[in-house]
Design a protein around this ligand. Structure first.
Ligand SMILES: [Zn+2]
Length: 160
């Protein structure tokens, strides 16, 4: 009788997950499944990992580089809000760039600059970026247009 390749494992965290052990020798699968049962499932394992200092430093460096390249001015707000707002602005705009320019080719680089990057530079309030962090990339053009007349965005006509 062939030894099964798909094993439903009850993990230590309480979740069940099916594992394909087809890559393991048939006589090792039961032992491997027993070992898996003593570990957390993939989602819990990932959630429990605390980001390393190196990883955080890398993220911070990437953010700095992006802000310099995109000429994004500093944000206003409390220290906490600024930290989070910078990340939100980066994630939103980088996501929109790949969706609108790289993937869909809806915009070329000049239109991206005129319709997204320049209006985005004027929005100085960290809280505005935090509030709008979940905006769909397809809505970003409209969002930025509306923001230009929105007091809560902290519009600055000539960002440094
Ligand atoms: Zn789990």
């Amino acid at each position: 009788m062939a030894i099964k390749t798909k094993w439903l494992v009850s993990h230590a965290c309480g979740h069940q997950e099916t594992h394909d052990l087809g890559g393991k020798p048939a006589d090792k699968r039961a032992g491997y499944a027993a070992w898996l049962a003593r570990t957390d499932c993939r989602a819990c394992w990932q959630a429990s990992r605390t980001p390393s200092k190196e990883w955080l430093a890398e993220q911070a460096a990437e953010l700095d580089t992006w802000e310099t390249t995109a000429e994004m001015p500093p944000l206003e707000g409390s220290e906490k809000a600024v930290t989070w707002g910078r990340q939100c602005r980066h994630d939103l705009l980088v996501g929109a760039y790949s969706a609108l320019v790289t993937d869909a080719a809806d915009l070329d680089d000049d239109s991206w600059l005129a319709q997204v990057e320049i209006p985005a530079r004027r929005i100085g309030r960290a809280s505005w970026w935090i509030d709008n962090r979940d905006t769909d990339t397809v809505d970003i053009l409209e969002l930025l247009e509306v923001a230009q007349g929105d007091e809560t965005a902290g519009i600055c006509e000539n960002p440094a």
